[in-house]
Design a protein around this ligand. Sequence first.
Ligand code: MG
Ligand code: MG
Length: 248
Amino acid sequence: MISIKSEEEIELLRIAGEITGSTHNYIKKYIKPGVTTLELDRLCEEYILSRGATPSFKGYDGFPGTVCASVNDEVVHGIPGNRVLKEGDIITLDIGACYKGYHGDSAWTYAVGEISDEKKYLMEHTEKSLFKGLAAIHDGCYVGDIGYAVSKYAKEHNLGVVRELVGHGVGTDVHEEPDVPNYGARHTGPILKEGMVIAVEPMLNLGTRKIYMLEDGWTIITADGKPSAHFEHTVLVTKDGYEILTRR
Ligand code: MG
Ligand code: MG
């Protein structure tokens, strides 16, 4: 069952989303060579708590961090730690905030100082693929329409689409039904209705779409060691389109 949110719930999801988006705004000035991923994690946690919310991911299935901090060939679920960011890295921060029981979820990939043209290309087109996917959303669309739009764009730009990890519904649980894959065929999968809330989150790789998990049991990396980018917004399905809840 995909839940349709009430007006009251949507208001809380808007607040949770706003806090999530604002956490990105807040943290981006700290992303530079010399900072550790744990320092970024601490700053995000302090900010989320200062807004009267709690981190959605801390303790989720035992995840130790407030944010997922994934560098270069790390696709998702990087654990914040003593890794020092250096010039030319890219880092994805996946941030979730919970306000009065409702969640916001948004990932964004950032450049650390000057980065290579191929990393710029990867970031630019992964962000664009998110908006291609979002553009498919309206009352009555199919979940498959979103994945079709994302993967079509990714293929046109020669980027690998990660298939093992997918978007999802968002509400009182940060991961609700339905799954929202970044691949698929038009007019397939569940139908979305006005009042549903979903996270769309393409993860695109500069090389192969293949990935594997490190021995820490969390960090997912690309099989060929090439960089990966990840852009995610939580959105409300509306009659004619969508409303971004995690806007910054
Ligand atoms: Mg996320
Ligand atoms: Mg998500």
